[in-house]
Write a protein that binds this ligand. Structure first.
Ligand SMILES: Nc1ncnc2c1ncn2[C@@H]1O[C@H](COP(=O)(O)OP(=O)(O)OP(=O)(O)O)[C@@H](O)[C@H]1O
Ligand SMILES: [Mg+2]
Length: 412
């Protein structure tokens, strides 16, 4: 099964999750997959669908956090013409399209309460109505729900219906975070390194002892998705035989484990070579953004260039230097090894422009940040969680920054 679905790892956490999949194979039972972002929930959902009798029918995934609240019900259940503003023709929903198959409701915790009521009704009766219709239709769909939030906790706070929670959680499949299955880190890392080395027709650098220790000690807030990105970066950016913890550190994000992430994309302290420090940093920033956002190269380059230009100019607009982070190796044990620290920028030797002059001809770091945030939001269709993740900041920080942008725009 591991080979078939590409699920790597021999930790007890992975083995238990696979046992669960085996136990429910061939059944139609509703499953709730719990686990942090990037742990492999979708991979396990695929495995559940593929080992069920529905495997020849479709599996549709709906991300409840990515679809505007007002559209979730019509997406799921379909809508009659004229059911809401903009419903110019009748349309089918997931429950019709996936009939006989499986629907994965990703980020179920984001589902609005009104849609929860409708969902519970389908689960109990096997019938649903299109939005704007009075006619009930039968459907035969298996539901797999996934969440990276503590749903039980959301029930306590009234954000999630208790009856639906019990209905969905008949079987719970828990996928543990990477930091709780450290023995999987290196095997998965090597697997991805080899895959990317093939893909880029390049070779995978070996990790020296310090690099391996760093990977094991890092808390992997983005879990396997982040591990995969770091593996890809080592293949593309670090073209040498062997890499050390010093080489790797700039590729690990400045976010602590509890999700109370810190601000801004972390810049590598002194990253880059002596001859070409700014170029190397620019390349790193561009690459990081690309890896996470995939695409829009030109736009991203312009934005990163603006950021780099602002940093090179001595950053007249950064009021709080502690917002920028450098990584710091922890000497004790336990906890995160990343700490807040002022970041020092080397002014370029030939120009130290007067502040007004600098202001008049280049975007401030805040402007560049604002552009980057707004375009990332657009790219992820206003999904704040994904936007925050791509930018390497916490959702809470993104929220605050959006508030700041909003406030400054109302002043403008
Ligand atoms: N055990 C594993 N072995 C190999 N690759 C894995 C494993 N688990 C996850 N992956 C890979 O990691 C990436 C992230 O996994 P996935 O999309 O399933 O995460 P997720 O839990 O659904 O995240 P999110 O909550 O952000 O949607 C995918 O590319 C997936 O193939
Ligand atoms: Mg997912």
């Amino acid at each position: 099964m591991q080979e078939r679905f590409g699920i790597i790892g021999n930790s007890s956490g992975v083995r238990q999750a696979l046992d669960r999949v085996r136990q429910i194979a061939g059944t139609d039972i509703t499953v709730l997959i719990e686990g942090e972002s990037g742990v492999g929930k979708e991979l396990f959902a695929q495995a559940i669908h593929e080992t069920s009798s529905r495997r020849h029918k479709s599996m549709l995934i709906m991300n409840c956090g990515a679809i505007p609240e007002g559209l979730i019900e019509s997406e799921l259940f379909g809508a009659e013409k004229g059911a809401y503003t903009g419903a110019v023709e009748r349309r089918t929903g997931y429950f019709e399209d996936a009939d006989g198959g499986t629907i994965v409701l990703d980020e179920i915790g984001e589902m609005p309460l009104s849609a929860q009521v409708r969902l519970l009704r389908v689960l109990e009766t096997g019938e649903f109505r299109r939005v704007g219709s009075t006619r009930s239709q039968k459907t035969n769909v298996r539901i797999i729900a996934a969440t990276n939030k503590d749903l039980a906790r959301q029930v306590e706070t009234g954000r999630f219906r208790e009856d639906l929670y019990y209905r969905l959680s008949t079987v719970i499949l828990h996928v543990p975070p990477l930091r709780d299955r450290k023995e999987d880190i290196l095997p998965i890392f090597e697997h991805f390194q080899h895959r990317f080395a093939q893909q880029y027709n390049s070779s995978a650098p070996r990790l020296d002892l310090s690099a391996r220790e760093l990977l094991l000690r890092y808390r992997w807030p983005g879990n396997i998705r982040e591990l995969r990105n770091v593996a890809e970066q080592t293949v593309v950016l670090l073209q040498r035989d062997s890499i050390s913890s010093e080489d790797l550190r700039p590729n690990l994000r400045g976010v602590t484990a509890g999700g109370n992430g810190m601000d801004l994309v972390p810049l590598a302290a002194g990253g880059g070579s002596a001859e070409e420090p700014a170029g190397a940093r620019e390349r790193e920033l561009i690459y990081r953004a690309l890896l996470e956002m995939r695409g829009e190269v030109k736009e991203l380059k312009e934005q990163v260039a603006a950021l780099v230009a602002a940093t090179r100019a001595g950053m007249p607009s950064v009021q709080d230097p502690s917002r920028l982070l450098v990584m710091h190796e922890e000497t004790g044990n336990g906890g995160s090894f990343i700490e807040d620290a002022p970041y020092e920028f080397e002014p370029s030797p030939d120009d130290t422009p007067a502040e007004e002059e600098a202001d008049s001809r280049m975007p401030t770091l805040e402007d560049a940040e604002r552009t980057l945030i707004l375009s990332a939001l657009k790219r992820f269709e206003n999904n704040r969680r994904q936007t925050a993740e791509a930018l390497g900041i916490s959702e809470r920080t993104l929220y605050r920054k959006l508030k700041e942008i909003e406030a400054s725009e109302s002043i403008d």
